[in-house]
Write a protein of this length. Sequence first.
Lengths: 353, 353
Amino acid sequence: MPVRLKDIADDLGVSVVTVSKVLRNHGDISRETRDRVLKRIKELNYQPNLAARALVTGRTHLIGLVVPDLVHQFFAQVAKGASHVLRKRGYSLIISSSEEDPALENEEISQLLSRRIDALIVASSHSTPAFLQQIEDAQIPYLLLDRKFSGCEACFVGIDDRKAGELATTHLIENGCQRIAYIGGKNVSTAINRLEGFRKAMAAHRLPIHEGQITCRSHFDDAADITGYKAMKTLLRRKPHPDGIFCYNDPVATGVMQAIIEAGLRIPEDIALIGCGNVRYASALRVPLSSVDQDCELMGEQAAAIALDLIAGKVVTPKTVLLEPRLIVRKSSVRPAANSNPVSKPNRAVVSK
Amino acid sequence: MPVRLKDIADDLGVSVVTVSKVLRNHGDISRETRDRVLKRIKELNYQPNLAARALVTGRTHLIGLVVPDLVHQFFAQVAKGASHVLRKRGYSLIISSSEEDPALENEEISQLLSRRIDALIVASSHSTPAFLQQIEDAQIPYLLLDRKFSGCEACFVGIDDRKAGELATTHLIENGCQRIAYIGGKNVSTAINRLEGFRKAMAAHRLPIHEGQITCRSHFDDAADITGYKAMKTLLRRKPHPDGIFCYNDPVATGVMQAIIEAGLRIPEDIALIGCGNVRYASALRVPLSSVDQDCELMGEQAAAIALDLIAGKVVTPKTVLLEPRLIVRKSSVRPAANSNPVSKPNRAVVSK
DNA sequence: TTGAAAGCGATACCAG
DNA sequence: CTGGTATCGCTTTCAA
């Protein structure tokens, strides 16, 4: 049985209260008592029972993180960033993966709430904010990550998705693409806003968009790359086929790449391709993949910081942190011929192998 | 203020004990009372306070999972598998990533122990089992995952690493490689045992191994792919350079691939390459990467199942689950010319794009 | 079939 | 400076 406060108190002939105070630097303790207690705590390697502490203080020092897919590197990196910040402050992270399933996500959230986590960070797979009610009801502070809801007052950390879409699309246009297609997810803000950025860039260059050029699919059980693969297969049936593809994330772009190559077409010569998220292995793919970087670890860190602020009651008005997307140019989108006559300078682009 | 047992009891004019019993199907409750209680619980959306419950029962329904790197897809998938099994049984998973740093790992473990998790699953970055003492001291059941320690009695779930090494190496040999190099990690059982399998396969085919052909490096802060990249750069300085490379995991192989291509050599013609772990994006890499599949989700599920058994006291003698490695052949290791004279049939190989 | 009483291990409050 | 006492929300035990 683990050492308790009482064991230490008894050993030293003081009260549990005294020991408890020493433990939390709660002043008003004589130097001498302090040292004796500290010594004994060390000797016995005392570890406070956090469940007991949680019961009386109402703080579990547990923070929940709900993501749509932990296997997607993006969310793993976010988790890493968040975990890093929280650990230093004595908090632990409970990570739940909803597998892009809203029903499962609700269950996960409910589990977390009943654990009385101190705050919740959610990258939701829901398409409407209704589910947030249960969190509000539980009165647990929360913030949205990566995906937000229009008209929702909650704190949010993510990137400027419109700009990301604009950046990527403009880049394709500057590389001579005319018939650019967009492949996105369904009903998530990242997909919707990146699409908006796409439309804006196309309009700015007076390029028409035909309906068939826009694909929005849910992932369901399919991994994102399979979704991309299938979507591209469909696009390839159009004549003429698109000459540029912007995917709202990198796993989708990975599947798209496979489909293009299988069709015997060249990237970027026949079809230029760009993703979003800049996963680590992007440069190692069949054709090094251009992408839009979202600094995912930083995103996790910021989310964690806000969660801590929320807990501390430091947040009065909902806070929104929008990280700047950065264009990362690799082979998949660069057409040497087209480059000779750029429409405009790329916006803070980074060229990477 | 969340709803408490007492609120429900007061509402219904029964005692908290009665409500508590209903909640846990603790027989000896009249049908009628049962239904009334259940109804009210639903209405108020009552969620038991797990901290309070943990305090009295000594069970937190929390299971810790410590991995060296959550961003490595392998461990994310393991976490997914484990989480899936545990969730169904009312347990939550607290995931800690040690970033391959033994000191950080100790801290993480200590945090988890002080949270009184019910069991701990560890894929350790330590090179000796000394750190296990703190877990033993805390009397918390645990099991090792992926990486084990020789002479250690604990439960273990992983793959047969020797066989994985043999499978991969034999495959390279059958594809005509003669000067095969091994690139592994330092002091982890997976690296050591896969190396052993490598040696065994080489010996079986009377192929000599020169010391320079074996590289074992820690990752430290570098991502695994950078480790692989650097190791390969060094190997390429040898004359003649190796004609086959077996990497103990896929991220390392990814870096190796980059280095080979940068050097202007062809895969598999000049150098054949195979990894281990079979990450999802293996087939999408610059050259589709052959690998050894370890069925990581199943590994996570098995680990979770054993953790539950340990908690239930069902495990008498330490249990070891070794999953069968499966060879996945892709382009990076297939040399058409060599295939005409295979040394032996590949062992249950799967050919995949 | 029901419930009163006694904790679980810690903290908060207030008296000495 | 120190410590007694009540309390957090729930389960356990045992008597009614």
